[in-house]
Design a protein around this ligand. Structure first.
Ligand code: PRP
Ligand code: URA
Length: 209
């Protein structure tokens, strides 16, 4: 499996174009984030281990496959990551959900952590950190630092829009973490926003601006 993957399915690209548009209202924005996260889940969860299970069809007994009950955790980076949780949970409803609260200081662009609430056995779980935006990479790096400090070893990062600067920084800080994105954009602007991007994901998701 590749360490960095752009999941460019036509449905995802189509929905992402609508998501980016300035005139897409909050309700549609929320629905699109949810749908794209779910569609990405198909690829992101490709490595889930299977085990044999004996079942009976109307015709015969047979040994088939089922998902081995490996423990998963979805960890959104607040706020915007929350929008991606339900889409993934619809595919793996038994996954636990942890939360890491983080905001970027608007002057320094440095992330500030304000909440960490994780499943107790986080060190034993396959973790999917979700956040729509990977800009400078600061938030993702600090969130993953925080998880590793608590014993997490098996971590994947899932975003919708990534800047090359953020991908590079995250790969350098956490080379063991697979990165999945729906799009790799051009660059960051002088305010640390992704270009062309979609603006402030948290504000658009929650209608706060
Ligand atoms: C956004 C976004 C990421 C972060 C990405 O959150 O959801 O968490 O910025 O930027 P970075 O890669 O440069 O760290 P923001 O700080 O705006 O907080 P919010 O989700 O609460 O609005
Ligand atoms: N955070 C966002 O929400 N959008 C960006 O473009 C960069 C960081």
């Amino acid at each position: 499996m590749e360490k960095f993957q752009v999941i460019a399915h036509p449905l995802i690209q189509h929905k992402l174009s609508i998501l980016r548009r300035t005139d897409t209202p909050t309700k549609a924005f929320r629905e699109l984030v949810d749908e794209i996260a779910m569609l990405m889940g198909y690829e992101v969860l490709r490595d889930l281990p299977l085990e044999d299970v004996e079942i009976e069809t109307p015709i015969t007994k047979t040994v088939q496959k089922q998902i081995a009950g490996k423990k998963l955790a979805i960890v959104p980076i607040l706020r915007a990551g929350i929008g991606m949780v339900d889409g993934l949970l619809s595919l793996v409803p038994a996954a636990k959900v942890g939360h890491i609260g983080m905001y970027r200081d608007e002057e320094t662009l440095q992330p500030v952590e304000y909440l960490v609430k994780l499943p107790e056995d986080i060190d034993q779980r396959q973790i999917f950190v979700v956040d729509p935006m990977l800009a400078t990479g600061g938030s993702a790096i600090l969130a993953i630092d925080s998880l590793k400090k608590r014993g997490a070893t098996n971590i994947k990062f899932v975003c919708l829009v990534a800047a090359p600067e953020g991908v590079k920084a995250l790969q350098a800080a956490h080379p063991d973490v697979d990165i999945f994105t729906a799009a790799l954009d051009e660059k960051l602007n002088e305010k640390g926003y992704i270009v062309p991007g979609l603006g402030d994901a948290g504000d658009r998701l929650f209608g706060t601006k």
